[in-house]
Design a protein around this ligand. Structure first.
Ligand SMILES: NC(=O)c1ccc[n+]([C@@H]2O[C@H](COP(=O)([O-])OP(=O)(O)OC[C@H]3O[C@@H](n4cnc5c(N)ncnc54)[C@H](OP(=O)(O)O)[C@@H]3O)[C@@H](O)[C@H]2O)c1
Length: 304
């Protein structure tokens, strides 16, 4: 079974790129780069995944894998990355085996990890001292968005560096937008997660209420999904919430990591986020129930 769904790519000049981190998101994102005609070298901490990726995309333009981020980055115009958190990002960028040690002056590092705005600024500064450029570029759209090459990418950093990477990043995106200076991409992703947290709790309460009231919730969601209650979560998660299916999608552990970043940033900038803080605690309950890898729509399990 292929890890990507077909996409028509806009013609752009072929670049030499590296991709670090072949997880749920990175594996198909790197694949779209290769399928769009770029020369891709991948690095993954667990090498078996890099080998599998090269085998799956053997028919594209000379796919290779490297043993370290530094080796993957040598000769790359752009180094893309999608790992877990701030510490993972430090470990693939800095130090003797980090990507920065292999990149040539002028090369651009594009980070798709959901991480803090502080690490983005820290790495932007470290990159500049080496003559490199850094763009923070977290994504929205989930596993399906990555497989379809239809992610939404929110970028922070230098305008010229953004202009240089955007056409290449469109291989796995439907929109790739610069929203400000270094760190602004991560801050925009935090705004995205604040929107989602309260919304999923509201949808959970609505579905649980309707089920307790004896309504046919599939029918009700169909009806209200055509009105003002419509949302991406209702369209894409309503039916599975009714059916009690949560073994897929965006993991609760990742959401708690993201909400931790949001709440830390809110302390710094003086924002009050009462609902977000409460929903974060509800997700802690879901983790206690064994739901670390369940989809974020599993908030409804607390209400059953
Ligand atoms: N999944 C989603 O729906 C989604 C949506 C939007 C944003 N995101 C964000 O995208 C990022 C990746 O998510 P994912 O779902 O792809 O995660 P994942 O499947 O767990 O993959 C994580 C990747 O990072 C690598 N990694 C982790 N720690 C590392 C380290 N210290 N050094 C080197 N490599 C390391 C892993 O390597 P191994 O294979 O060796 O473990 C793996 O390739 C996260 O920041 C997440 O919040 C995810």
């Amino acid at each position: 079974m292929s890890s990507t769904n077909p996409k028509t790519y806009a013609p752009v000049p072929s670049k030499k790129v590296a991709f670090l981190g072949l997880g749920v998101m990175g594996y198909p994102m790197a694949a779209h780069l290769a399928l769009a005609g770029h020369q891709v070298t991948v690095y993954n901490r667990t090498t078996t995944k890099s080998i599998a990726w090269c085998a799956e995309y053997a028919s594209t333009s000379a796919p290779k894998h490297a043993e370290t981020p530094r080796l993957a980055a040598i000769g790359a115009d752009i180094v893309f990355c999608c790992v877990g958190n701030d510490d993972d990002l430090r470990s693939v960028t800095l130090g003797a085996d980090g990507a920065f040690a292999g990149m040539a002056p002028g090369a651009i590092f594009v980070d798709h990890t959901t991480a803090s705005a502080q690490i983005a600024r820290e790495l932007d500064s470290a990159a500049r001292t080496l003559g490199l450029r850094f763009i923070d570029a977290p994504v929205s759209g989930g596993q399906a968005g990555a497989q379809n090459g239809m992610l939404t990418v929110m970028c922070g950093g230098d305008q010229a560096a953004f202009d240089a990477i955007a056409p290449t990043a469109m291989a796995f995106s439907r929109a790739c937008t610069r929203v400000g200076d270094s760190g602004a991409g991560q801050l925009a992703k935090m705004v995205n997660q604040i929107c989602i947290a309260g919304l999923v709790q509201g949808l959970s309460e609505a579905v649980a209420f309707g089920q307790h009231a004896g309504l046919d919730m599939l029918q009700v969601l169909e009806v209200i999904g055509k009105g003002a209650a419509q949302s991406w979560q209702l369209d894409n998660r309503g039916k599975t919430m009714v059916a009690g299916q949560f073994e897929f999608g965006f993991a609760v552990d990742w959401m708690r990591k993201d909400l931790g970043l949001v709440l830390d940033e809110a302390k710094r900038n003086g924002s009050r986020l009462p609902v977000t803080a409460l929903v974060d605690q509800f997700y802690a309950d879901v983790q206690q129930m064994g739901g670390q890898r369940w989809d974020t729509s599993s908030l409804i399990k607390r209400l059953k």
